[in-house]
Design a protein around this ligand. Structure first.
Ligand SMILES: N[C@@H](CCC(=O)N[C@@H](CS)C(=O)NCC(=O)O)C(=O)O
Length: 206
């Protein structure tokens, strides 16, 4: 049975899953679920949070983009993208969790204000604080990439690069002051060599 992905392609979290599916060369059907579709009883039965992405893999219904990416890599036995154990696995998960819990919190206000122009996100001081926090977190990523000299966790491309690659691209696409981060720039050029990144990551959408 074909894998089914629910969610609009403008969502950064949906794009993480699309990029992972493409790295794994898996065919999938997609429904561009958005807006009021997320509040229907049928959708809420799949994801009570009323959020995208949702993946349907046979009897398995899964939400949370990072859990979906990990499931797909494990399903295909791709221990290069998600090592089965040990320090490398722990570090892939650490950086994925760091994005979900720290980096996302840092950029949220600035991105909603500067790119989405969301109502109520128009306090210049809050924007400035969010930009400063976003840049501080990106400096941390830059230092890590300078240490590895290649990808987020080490010499190999992993799921940490997928999820953080989208965040890095969003950072470059948001109209704001940014420090020069040479290791981030070099890493993003490395990512740009990958077809799945060009299709779903650095594809013109912030
Ligand atoms: N932690 C969740 C966050 C999901 C999330 O925030 N999804 C957004 C789109 S990026 C959403 O569903 N927003 C509601 C909407 O689009 O109406 C994940 O990683 O899947």
């Amino acid at each position: 049975m074909a894998l089914k992905l629910l969610g609009r392609s403008t969502s950064i979290n949906v794009r993480k899953v699309q990029w992972t599916l493409a790295e794994l060369e898996l065919d999938f059907e997609q429904e561009e679920t958005a807006g009021d579709d997320l509040r229907t009883p049928a959708f809420l039965a799949l994801n009570p949070n009323g959020m995208i992405p949702v993946l349907i893999d046979g009897d398995l219904v899964l939400w949370q983009s990072h859990a979906i990416c990990r499931h797909l890599a494990m399903r295909e036995g791709r221990t290069d993208l998600l090592p089965s154990s040990g320090a490398e696995r722990a570090h892939v998960e650490q950086w994925m969790d760091w994005l979900a819990s720290e980096l996302n919190r840092a950029w949220s206000y600035a991105f909603q204000a500067l790119v989405r122009k969301a109502p109520g996100r128009d306090d210049p001081e809050a924007v400035a604080r969010s930009v400063a926090e976003w840049n501080r977190h990106m400096r941390m990523l830059d230092e890590q990439l300078a240490r590895t000299g290649a990808y987020v966790v080490g010499p190999r491309f992993t799921l940490a690069d997928v999820v953080l690659g989208l965040a890095g691209y969003r950072w470059t696409m948001t109209p704001m002051e940014r420090p020069s981060l040479p290791a981030v720039d070099a890493w993003m050029s490395r990512l740009a060599a990958r077809g799945p990144y060009r299709k779903y990551g650095g594809n013109g959408m912030p």
